[in-house]
Design a binder for this molecule. Structure first.
Ligand code: FES
Length: 158
């Protein structure tokens, strides 16, 4: 995902979002493509974007917000520098994923993985035989434990 810093010019951003939505106005079911386009352009969907999209597509703000908040891939804030996604699916739970997830959340909140790292939950990467599984900035890894996770994120602390 391309990360762009939040723009200070909200009006200019809303103009871009309105143009994105207007370009899809004749599409059948334009909301999802518009949201994906805004994500591609800015890396997240701001509340002002939701209002603008709702206006252009003649939807309610609640409808647009509901879709944005339903799908985890639609971010409502800029992405952090690093993302650790840990599986909490049943197979991974049976080999310690819940304890790993709790430890990772605690470590991230304490800044142990660097200053701007988010820990997310996922429910199966299809890597069940090598659980606990996760991704580190999108790279699939298995057989995770707190020590291995710490080692794999070491470079983020320098
Ligand atoms: S349950 Fe964790 S990868 Fe499938």
């Amino acid at each position: 995902m391309v990360r762009k810093p939040p723009t200070a010019d909200v009006g200019a951003r809303v103009d871009v979002v309105r143009a994105i939505a207007a370009a899809r106005l004749e599409d059948r079911g334009p909301l999802m493509p518009v949201l994906h386009d805004v994500m591609a352009e800015f890396g997240y969907i701001d509340h002002a974007d939701v209002v603008a999209i709702a206006d252009v597509l003649n939807l309610s703000v609640a409808d647009v917000h509901g879709v944005v908040s339903f799908y985890k891939d639609f971010r409502t804030a800029p992405a952090p520098a690093h993302i650790v996604a840990l599986c909490r699916g049943e197979a991974c739970q049976s080999v310690g994923a819940e304890a790993l997830y709790a430890a990772a959340r605690y470590a991230a909140a304490a800044g142990d993985y660097g200053p701007d790292t988010e820990v997310e939950q996922v429910f199966c990467f299809g890597n069940c035989a090598l659980g606990p599984s996760g991704t580190i900035d999108g790279r699939l890894v298995g057989r995770l434990d707190p020590d291995r996770l710490s080692a794999l994120t070491q470079e983020w602390r320098s």
